[in-house]
Design a protein around this ligand. Structure first.
Ligand code: NAG
Length: 547
């Protein structure tokens, strides 16, 4: 279990509040990697226009057959045909055309297919091999057409992410006249190994604008993740408008770690994020952490405190000191608060889950904590949602509709085993494998190291479905990679911490378990020219032979 407060090795910058931006960010004097950020002009644009082998895709598809003599070439006349009976297919077709138009300059008309087209790119919801299931797909590329078949919009969308990687790197952002846009020939059959592949962003410790959140969602989509967990409230900030308690956002959202101005999402902005994710077949899970990690709420709503006095806003990085009042006199007011918040949040949440935290309630006696969680579970159910919580909620024996998120580093856990006996499913967020805020090595200028250093290989070389002792692989819903942001202040920081560990974790969650590190590291290397073109900052790990 994580300690209450821990020694940060580099984040001196976090403690010296005023210096946060200057000292902690790549791009300042501790520049993490100025080169990786830039478009490498020594690599010729034409080189970037080469077709990419089918064996370079991340996450690695279930089965790939290359037919090198069968390249398909995009032209000014290429049409995107979509299943005539499906709005989803039409939407994915428009999304694909939107990816292809900027770099090529071609129009890419999107229109309903009649039958199985023998030219262009076709996205069909019929005829897919049964094994692709609800989220998989087949792609067949020959000299005259690209045929994509799936059973759902999610499957077509996953196929489009694969196609995107098969296109020349220049597709990301090209200025080349008359580039040739070839897709290598062959056949791919693919489907995910786990149902839940998630990424989390902590917008409470540092607030990020909608545009940054959308770019984070795009990165998840690129590597076929399908859940976005957004950590909306913590000691340092409350980031979502709640009409029943306006001060939560206007006051509780008015600062962040280091004392900067913070911010919050209006309901309209938040809905924009949810819709943006949904268009990418990503389900948003909002989290309001409680009963600990609640200083911003306690500062905004005095009656949540036992003495009815609001504490000051908090801009440090300690964890585990705050708690909603647990005494009986405050029970009604605290329960009503949670009910109001969950009701408003559920109304903004089309997905099935609401996350109510539950971690590190160090200042709450265990009996109070258990009684509290038992009051909270039915509130989530009342608004038609399923509860996700950090695995400490298992102390309160939630029913099997809840989804505990294991974030420890000692997988042999009595509460986990007991819950497994009751048939619960789990999310695995092992802090020593999936925590994207952990440093890569001692020299990483951002992040923490309390759960260890996580190099790319550490993020890759493990098996999420065999991680928890006493839990069968069928009880693992999947993995989620959290990015906590005590030391992360801007988009380049976010990208530096997630690239390339996010692709590594994504492959673990999606691809057959037999895929090996030695193969992955070779494929991963081929993705960096693409990231450069897309202006994605990344960590140039010495474990990878980058081009
Ligand atoms: C954990 C805390 C989190 C913090 C993170 C930093 C969980 C569930 N809780 O102690 O608030 O930001 O470490 O790595 O992770």
């Amino acid at each position: 279990m994580a300690p209450t407060s821990r020694a940060f090795s580099v984040p001196l910058c976090v403690l010296a509040a005023a210096a946060v931006t200057a000292a902690c960010s790549p791009g300042a004097d501790t520049d993490v990697n100025p080169v990786a950020n830039e478009d490498n002009s020594s690599v010729q644009e034409q080189e970037l226009a080469a077709a990419i082998g089918l064996d370079k895709v991340i996450p690695s598809p279930v089965s790939v057959q290359s037919k090198s003599e069968q390249e398909y070439t995009l032209t000014r006349n290429t049409v995107v045909y979509t299943d005539p009976n499906s709005q989803d297919a039409a939407r994915v077709g428009e999304y694909l055309a939107g990816l292809l138009r900027p770099a090529t300059g071609y129009p890419f008309t999107v229109r309903p297919a009649s039958g199985v087209p023998n030219s262009g790119i076709a996205l069909l919801l019929s005829g897919a091999n049964g094994s692709v299931g609800a989220s998989g797909y087949e792609i067949d590329v020959n000299g005259s057409r690209v045929l994509v078949r799936a059973k759902t919009g999610a499957g077509l969308f996953a196929a489009v992410q694969t196609l995107r990687q098969l296109l020349p790197v220049a597709i990301e952002n090209s200025t080349v006249e008359n580039a040739s846009w070839k897709i290598a020939g062959g056949h791919i059959l693919d489907y995910p190994r786990t149902d839940y592949r998630g990424g989390m962003l902590d917008v409470a410790r540092h607030f990020f604008p909608v545009s940054t959140v959308k770019r984070y969602i795009d990165h998840l989509a690129r590597y076929k993740l399908n859940y976005f967990h957004i950590h909306l409230a913590d000691d340092q900030g409350w980031r979502i408008q709640i009409d029943s308690y306006p001060r939560l956002a206007t006051y509780g959202g008015s600062t962040q770690v280091g004392g900067g101005p913070g911010g919050y999402y209006t309901k309209a902005e938040y809905t924009d994020i949810v819709n943006y994710a949904a268009a990418r077949y990503i389900t948003v899970i909002p989290e309001i952490d409680m009963p600990g990690h609640t200083n911003a709420a306690l500062a905004s709503v005095p009656e949540l405190n036992c003495n009815n006095q609001a504490p000051p806003l908090y801009t440090g990085t300690d964890v585990g000191f705050s708690s909603f009042c647990m005494d009986e006199a405050h029970r009604a007011v605290v329960t009503k608060f949670i009910d109001d918040v969950v009701r408003e949040l559920a109304a903004l949440t089309p997905g099935p889950y609401i996350h109510l935290g539950g971690d590190e309630a160090h200042s709450t006696p265990e009996a109070d904590y258990i009684a509290f969680e038992k009051r909270v579970f039915p509130i989530v159910a009342k608004y038609g949602k399923r509860m996700v919580g950090w695995h400490e909620i298992l102390k309160a024996t939630p029913d099997t509709t809840a989804l505990p998120q294991y974030w420890g580093t000692t997988p042999d856990d009595a509460n986990v085993k007991a819950a497994a006996q009751r048939g619960m499913k789990f999310l695995v967020s092992a802090a020593n494998k999936t925590y994207l805020d952990m440093k890569y090595d001692q020299n990483t200028p951002l992040g923490q190291d309390w759960a260890g250093l996580i190099e790319v290989r550490d993020a890759y070389d493990w098996n999420p479905t065999a991680y928890l002792t006493g839990v069968s692989s069928s009880q693992i819903a999947g993995f989620e990679a959290p990015l906590w942001t005590e030391t992360i202040t801007k988009l380049a920081d976010i990208e530096y911490m997630i690239f390339p560990r996010l692709p590594a974790l994504a492959e673990r969650g999606w691809s057959p378990a037999s895929r090996t590190w030695s193969d992955f590291r070779t494929r991963l290397a081929t993705h960096s020219p693409r990231w450069k073109k897309a202006k994605i900052t990344y960590y140039p790990s010495p474990q990878i032979a980058w081009p």
